[in-house]
Design a protein around this ligand. Structure first.
Ligand code: ANZ
Ligand code: ZN
Length: 852
């Protein structure tokens, strides 16, 4: 038999597909009555090279796309580049390359790599978000949302790096220091642009319940991120004179009004207006504020920091018992951006409050009695009680459940005119300003007289200047000698362009709509929503939430006809590709390509020195445990790479890349080829071939693979393909099978292999004498009559232990089952020399043999 040459075959088929323009999505009118299916993988950042994680991600999307094609769908499967962002600027700073040149060069390199994977991509729709046409359209959208009141500017706190003169994202602050400069980060107030995502908090939350084709985990993460809390907003009045402007008291937000009788103190955020006011006259408060600011702006950092505070000396009255007064503290764990920036603390039932109360010796008064606990002896020591129970120590709330007490207390506060029941969201408006060059310029002009003026639509896009310098720290757009100086579009006086650019998450929040069509509204509406989205779970919150928001915003300004507002009706989040890690004798990480296995030991390929094998981890450059897809493709071909990344684990789990596994996949490719090669000259497949066991098996297995693909169990589909190949091999010597039945089976198998190994499948298709492309062939229809299982596999036990199995016709009689069981090779061998005492046959279940 001839050997299959993956390199030659893969290049040939890719060229043939390209020439036939096979994967171009049809326009709605061309599609006729084919249903549409939009399959999308999260578009890549053009870092320069693809990695195995990409291979797995895009292979999965391709399985779905090819499977849908085979089921007669008009499939859109586009590809593009999420091309703005910091790494391009870093390359510019470090290597003096223009960010645009660096980016487009990387795109070309990665396109060539993706091309080799045999993906069904419609490259005619390709774009990069840094293309003028793309970001120009984004600017038009920006202005539309601005006009609709969904974008605004406000002063907000940012992490400021005083050395690099730049704003840092929370992720760029490491232990309170700038990630590049290492300088202690300061908090600054800066006027920034915001998208009003909070307007959609309720809709984004309630929409989650409609996303039944999303992973439960992602839905939960989104719900938690939006963080809806029902509670009470109320005022505590000052005792003994209110500070200026606070005659109405201090407003707090609580989700536990049932615990009001356990209130021990009131706490303000370091950034609360009252704190700011007090700090002007009180240097202790001022220096406390400064210290608190060092923690950074992230919720996580604040959560981790030690809880500290300072007593303001002010006191407020308890709303239900004016004889009781509570001290007012400033506490670092109260955030200004949530609720009202002030709380009442109930240490007995909140851990942070308790830690704080213990530290500063403030009262702890339990008001929730756990079920079964004794009211006279129950107490709280160092652990707050947050469980269920009955209210006690609480006057008119005594004896109520927590839920009833919440509504009673709320009613009472409402009737006193001191507050009202309310809903709070953890979700904050989305800050989109970045003081960076390599991003989409915000298309507005600041005029001293007219204020903020949108750039007139005819003047869009506002194009990034090419001639920029990265020599100075800070934003190159701001130091550019001429770019920002323009005439005010309204009054004609000297004015300045906005120099902030948009967060790159804006670029990726609507790209799926651009793929659907750059300018044709009807076509956009035809394709949207994306039917199947595939990507990393690391985007479970931000990217997916921003996209859900922008889709709704675009709907509401009339840009999209998408009543649900949901851009992705199906979502699948894939696991990562992992690899063993290796360390050389010097304790440094070593690449897999430098490591050799000698017997059971691992050594350095060059020197033979011992290598320590470390844990299996996500492939990453820092640990050097990466395998380059290009090398794998050059050695084994793309089909092997695709097959292997999908084979060993369920797609949502991690898969470990091993050399031996890749070699196994490559051998499988050859085995498949050998079987088809033998059928090469044997005449056409006969659709009316007899219903032999092989034909029945093929109908069943094709249906099983179909189902496994639909259910995202690609590893199970692959296991079934393996079994099929073995079965087909055995059938070569089975008396009841003919060339016709084998060809029929092989023809079905070729179609089922296509989603996974498309190049090999094409080659097999031709070997069978078929016309056209298997990539265009319809999925084999399984005949229910033929699918019915007529055989059954029975385990055989000897003295209670499983020793073998037999596969027989379901209709076989007891004595025939017994005869076949005793004659099966495993059992015959095992029973050799033993005396059979008894055989119990339970048809359809088991054969039990008692022997001595
Ligand atoms: C009194 C109380 C008693 C509270 C008790 C909890 C337990 P969620 O559920 O996340 O909405 N809180 C309110 N605003 C805050 C802010 N700006 N910074 C820090 N903490 C704040 O949390 C609401 C609870 O978190 C509120 O209910 C408040 O403390 C606190 F036994 O009020 B609670
Ligand atoms: Zn003006």
């Amino acid at each position: 038999p001839s050997r299959y040459d993956p390199q030659a075959a893969e290049a040939h088929w890719r060229q043939a597909w390209k020439e036939a323009d096979l994967f171009r999505a049809k326009s709605p009118s061309e599609a006729g009555d084919k249903p549409k299916c939009y399959v999308l993988e999260m578009f890549p950042y053009p870092s320069g090279r693809i990695h195995m994680g990409h291979v797995r991600n895009y292979a999965m999307g391709d399985v779905v796309a090819r499977h849908k094609r085979a089921h007669g769908y008009n499939v859109l499967h586009p590809m593009g580049w999420d091309a703005f962002g910091l790494p391009a600027e870093n390359a510019a700073i470090e290597r003096g390359i223009h960010p645009g040149d660096w980016t487009y060069k990387n795109i070309a390199a990665m396109r060539a790599q993706f091309d080799k994977l045999g993906l069904t991509l419609d490259w005619s729709r390709e774009f990069a978000t840094c293309d003028e046409a793309y970001y120009g359209e984004q600017q038009r959208i920006f202005l539309k949302l601005l006009e609709a009141g969904l974008i605004y500017r406000k002063a907000s706190k940012v992490n400021w790096d005083p050395i690099d003169n730049t704003v840092l994202a929370n992720e760029q602050v490491i232990d309170g220091k700038g990630w590049r400069s290492g300088a202690p980060v300061e908090q600054r107030e800066l006027t920034q642009w915001f998208f009003k995502i909070t307007d959609y908090a309720e809709e984004l939350l309630s929409g989650i319940s409609t996303l039944t084709n999303w992973p439960e985990k992602v839905r939960t993460m989104q719900a938690n991120w939006i963080g809806r809390s029902e509670g009470l907003q109320m005022r505590f009045l000052f005792e003994g004179g209110a500070p200026d402007g606070f005659d109405e008291g201090i407003e707090i937000f609580t989700t536990r009004p049932d615990t009001l009788f356990g209130a021990s103190f009131v706490a303000l955020s370091p950034d609360h207006p009252l704190t700011l006011q007090l700090a002007t006259n009180d240097s202790r408060i001022e220096s406390f504020r400064k210290d608190a600011a060092r923690i950074g702006t992230s919720e996580e950092a604040i959560e981790k920091a030690e809880k500290v505070g300072i007593d303001t000396g002010l006191r407020v009255a308890h709303p239900f018992d004016p004889a009781v007064t509570l001290p007012v503290w400033v506490a670092n764990f109260v955030l200004m951006g949530y609720g009202t920036g002030a709380i009442f603390a109930c240490p007995a039932h909140d851990q942070r409050d308790l830690d704080f109360a213990r530290k500063y010796d403030l009262p702890v008064r339990p008001v929730v009695l756990p079920p079964e606990a004794d009211a006279t002896s129950f107490d709280v020591d160092s652990e707050a009680y947050v469980g269920p129970g009955t209210i006690f120590n609480s006057d008119f709330l005594n004896g109520l459940s927590i839920e009833d007490a919440k509504s009673e207390a709320t009613k009472r506060i409402e009737s006193m005119g001191r507050g009202h029941g309310t809903v709070n969201y953890r979700l904050r408006d989305w800050g989109v300003s970045r003081q960076r060059y390599w991003g989409c310029p915000i298309p507005v002009i600041h005029c001293g007289d007219c204020g903020i003026i949108p750039v007139p639509e005819a003047e869009l896009p506002v194009v990034l200047p090419k001639d920029v310098s990265f020599d100075k720290p800070g934003n190159p757009l701001a130091h550019h000698p001429s770019w920002k100086h323009v005439a005010c579009p309204k009054c004609g006086k000297k004015a300045e362009r906005e120099t902030d650019t948009l967060d790159t998450f804006v670029d990726s929040s609507w790209y799926y709509a651009r793929f659907a069509s750059p300018e044709n509204r009807e076509e956009r509406d035809y394709w949207l929503p994306v039917d199947q989205y595939v990507g990393g779970v690391e985007h479970a919150v931000l990217h997916l939430l921003y996209s859900r928001f922008i889709a709704r915003a675009l709907r509401d300004v009339g840009e999209l006809d998408l009543p649900s507002g949901e851009p992705f009706s199906g979502l699948f989040t894939q696991g990562m590709v992992t690899h063993e890690t290796y360390k050389g004798p010097d304790g440094k990480w070593v690449e897999p390509s430098e490591v050799e296995k000698r017997g059971e030991a691992f050594v350095l390929a060059g020197t033979g020195e011992p290598v320590t094998v470390g844990p299996i981890e996500k492939m990453s450059k820092s640990k050097k445990n990466v395998v380059d897809p290009d090398e794998i493709i050059a050695t084994f071909g793309a089909d092997t790479a695709r097959w292997f990344v999908l084979s060993d684990s369920p797609p949502e789990r991690d898969v470990e890349w091993t050399q031996s596994g890749a070699e196994g996949a490559a051998r499988f490719v050859q085995r498949v080829w050998t079987i088809f090669d033998r059928l090469c000259e044997a005449g056409p497949a006969d659709e009316t071939a007899n219903a032999t066991p092989l034909v029945k098996y093929s109908h069943r297995t094709a249906a099983a693979i179909d189902k496994a693909i639909l259910e995202f169990r690609f590893n199970a589909a692959i296991a079934a393909c393996h079994d099929w190949v073995n079965t087909l091999k055995k059938a070569e010597s089975a008396a009841e099978e003919t060339i016709a039945t084998r060809k029929l089976s092989a023809r079905m198998l070729a179609v089922c292999l296509t989603p996974f190994m498309p190049h090999l499948a094409e080659e097999c298709w031709i070997a069978l004498g078929e016309k056209g492309f298997v990539s265009d062939a319809a999925w084999p229809m399984s005949d229910p009559a033929l699918m019915e299982e007529t055989t059954v596999t029975l385990p055989i036990q000897v003295n209670g232990k499983r020793r073998g199995e037999i596969t027989i016709e379901k209709s076989a009689a007891k004595d025939e089952i017994e005869r076949i069981a005793l004659a099966s090779p495993d059992i015959e061998n095992f029973l050799d020399g033993k005396v059979i005492k008894k055989v119990i046959v339970v048809p359809g279940r088991i054969v039990n043999i008692v022997a001595a």
